[in-house]
Design a binder for this molecule. Sequence first.
Ligand SMILES: [Zn+2]
Length: 286
Amino acid sequence: MTAIRLYNTRTRAKEDFAPSDPGNVRMYVCGPTVYDRAHLGNARPVLVFDTLFRLLRHVYGEEHVTYVRNFTDVDDKINATALARKEAGAEGTLEELIHQRTQETIGWYHADMGALGALTPTHEPRATAYIGAMIAMIEDLIARGHAYAVEGHVLFKVRSYPDYGKLSGRSVDDMIAGARVEVAPYKDDPMDFVLWKPSDAGLPGWDSPWGRGRPGWHIECSAMSYELLGPSFDIHGGGIDLQFPHHENEIAQSCCAHPDGGFARVWMHNEMLLVEGKKMSKSLGN
Ligand SMILES: [Zn+2]
């Protein structure tokens, strides 16, 4: 069998790849937030992990590789786009406009990535279809002492997880000194991050034990990967810009909710597409 060697961000070394079950090689890659058209930089992880998906299928057999890439279809940027359309006179409720926006963006994404020749992943879960699983995971984290509810929010207690920061090689105190954390009056500690947040009447929301609200972004990937791949799987991928805080937070949530699982064994990150030395991004408009 062809030997595959992968650079594992977690160990910072090239390793021989050995799936835990060669009959079902499992890979999760963080997918797009569907609020606008993708740009070429968004296509980079698609191509990088498509290449790996094809290699795994070649080595282990097409029926023996499961590739999950999610759509984040609940997000403040999506809400803002839908709200702007409503204010411009578009017909329909805000929820209908949000649904229209995510549907058309997913359509563009499929067309564009298909045009690049990328295969469709085995599963493309939408976050809004997994709200129940996210609520269950948050309840579990509270029960295990890793999260707390306050003022309609639920926050993950970062200092309850001693391995926090290991993937990206940061200490919690360095992160605070770097001020890459949002200070909010309801947090016990500035490092704590949101698992659930309240929605007012003008925003999409779901009933939960903490009132009507919506999930934080990080819990989406932890819940969807658990539902589709289980508590431990082979490869987790995404852009290097997601390493901190998104992937650190995914690890903290998943390892604390399923301490025997171990979550992903190999972590892989693609670099960013640069334009004149700067990351291509919608916010820079480059
Ligand atoms: Zn993710």
